[in-house]
Ligand binder design. Structure first.
Ligand code: HEM
Length: 502
């Protein structure tokens, strides 16, 4: 192994291009830069970027890794050279969990990826589809509000209830029904299990698996990650197979299905313009993407938003004042109100800035060698965009660690900045061709949920904990979980009828 590494490095040295690689920490013998990744990689990499700069090169096993940590460098990769970085690198998660790359997240950039994006964009995320399913989202958020209002004296685990809500709202659109029963104040034990599965997937996908970087060691599965992935895949597959089979038998009885799964099933035997046809496995892989990428991302962002509002009572009071003025206290907020709530919108942007749910985004790979800012980016290099570090860059943001929504309002430092992938200072959904497919839905759910929770309730922490003492630590994983769940007492603040109607 040591000899192979030396030979590999020697060949790379002899065949090195005339341009230098970006700077970076010196790799260890054999281990390369693995020890630099630390316990929470987006944080370790942000610290390293302060020393080596926003365009950094690391060596993980046999793979060149480029880490991006400023908005101008991100723009180079995700806009100027986007077509060269539109694929994702090979990895165990895609192989063992996502049906061997048959999903959308890890599909090679090409006709099948385009087909999957087109189907989801037309049937789920287009303006028309979003409008068509608006009442379903509002109904599910209404259920959540009623459950919270009836929680009596018991503290609730807000993240868990939010997760039930986002999963059920998505379920109604994707498979035509709720996934969990939330009749008991959201306490369906399968919901706990499902969220745990999604979180486990994100934790496993966030591990820098040695086999991904040193292919000859893959079979050894040194960290035990691949074995856990295979086990988890079986559980997801059982869940998805039962959904697909149930749907096949129910749609043969009724013709009038409008959910995504019915559409997918009806497309199985119809080739598209490029001759592509969907298989059962591709359908399950796409459902897997929807239920993993599309649930916990939105619910945990909302959990962070409410945690910030509890920690900042002045800001919560200002949100509530705005909402009382625009919506009043007689009814719940509706999606059509959101456009008239500029302060709330600023709170959402500030939450996405400080707590992007995918802090290292999803990796991209260089299809060809190229030059960026005078440095050589080798073919096959993995690119990690440190979205978390970019949004805390002190060169871009005044007092970057402070939660200050005013920065996004007229007169603030970034009044026109948006989070939809055009302004590279804050790109929680990524940017370019492989930008988040569910951006419109994710953004809308976070807005509607945060607006509803801030408007409908005052909030106290469990055991009368002082809001200033609220633990805001981050846990490890591909997505940004709170290290300690948010346990709260919601106190209704609207007229009683607002909690009794759907
Ligand atoms: C707060 C909510 C969300 C955030 C912050 C988020 C973030 C992201 C990010 C950073 C990426 C990688 C983009 C890149 O490579 O540049 C991504 C990709 C993706 N997201 Fe989201 N996401 C959210 C919600 C959703 C929802 C609701 C869905 C679907 C129901 C979804 C489905 C996907 C899919 C399928 C991809 C892969 C796209 C591709 O490779 O072409 N996401 N998301």
């Amino acid at each position: 192994m040591a000899a192979a590494t030396i030979v590999y490095r020697l060949i790379k040295f002899i065949t090195r291009p005339s341009l230098p690689l970006p700077p970076g920490p010196k790799p260890w013998p054999i281990l390369g830069n693995f020890p630099h990744m630390g316990q929470v990689p987006h944080q370790s990499l942000a610290t390293l970027a302060r020393v080596h700069g926003p365009l950094m090169h690391l060596c993980l096993g046999f793979v060149d890794v480029i880490v991006v940590a400023s908005s101008s460098v991100a723009e180079q990769f995700l806009k100027i050279h986007d077509s060269n970085f539109s694929n994702r690198p090979p990895n165990a998660g895609a192989k063992y969990i996502a049906y061997n790359y048959q999903d959308m997240v890890f599909a090679p950039y090409g006709p099948r990826w385009r087909l999957l994006r087109k189907i989801t964009s037309v049937h789920l995320f287009s303006g028309r589809a979003m409008e068509e399913f608006r009442h379903l989202r509002e109904e599910e958020v209404g259920r959540l509000t009623r459950n919270l209002a009836s929680s009596d004296s018991k503290a609730v685990n807000l993240g868990q209830l939010l997760n039930v809500c986002t999963t059920n709202a998505l379920g109604r659109v994707v498979i035509g029904r709720r996934v969990f029963d939330d009749g008991n104040g959201g306490c369906d034990h399968r919901a706990d299990e499902f969220k745990a599965m999604v979180v486990e997937l994100m934790v496993l996908a966030g591990v820098f698996n040695i086999g991904d970087f040193i292919p000859s060691l893959e079979w050894l599965d040194l960290q035990g990650v691949q074995a856990k992935m295979k086990k988890l895949h079986k559980r997801f597959d059982a869940f998805l197979t039962s959904i697909v089979e149930e749907h096949k038998s129910s749609s043969s009885k009724s013709e009038k299905h409008k959910d995504l799964l019915s559409t997918l099933l009806s497309l199985r035997n119809v080739p598209d313009d490029d001759g592509n046809q969907l298989t059962d496995t591709e359908i399950k892989a796409l459902l897997l993407n929807m239920f993993t990428a599309g649930t916990d991302t939105s619910s945990s962002t909302t959990e962070w938003a409410i945690a910030e509002l509890i920690r900042n009572p002045r800001i919560l009071a200002q949100v509530q004042q705005e909402m009382d003025r625009v919506v009043g206290r007689e009814r719940n907020v509706k999606e059509e109100d959101l456009a008239h709530l500029p302060y709330l919108q600023a709170v959402i942007k500030e939450t996405f800035r400080l707590h992007p749910s995918t802090p290292l985004s999803l990796p991209r790979v260089a299809s060809e060698s190229c030059e960026i800012f005078g440095y050589h980016i080798p073919k096959g290099a993995t690119v990690l965009v440190n979205v978390w570090a970019i949004a805390r860059d002190p060169k871009e943001w005044a007092d970057p660690l402070e939660f200050r929504p005013e920065r996004f309002l007229p007169g603030g430092e970034k009044p026109d900045v948006d989070v939809r992938g055009n302004d590279f200072e804050v790109i929680p959904f990524g940017a370019g061709r492989r930008i988040c497919a569910g951006l419109s839905l994710g953004l809308r759910m976070v807005q509607l949920l945060t607006a509803t929770l801030a408007h409908s309730f005052d909030w106290e922490l469990e055991n009368g904990l002082n809001p200033e003492k609220l633990n805001m630590d981050e846990a490890y994983g591909l997505t940004l979980q709170r290290a300690v769940p948010l346990l709260v007492h919601p106190r209704p603040r609207l007229a009683p009828q607002a909690y009794s109607t759907s």
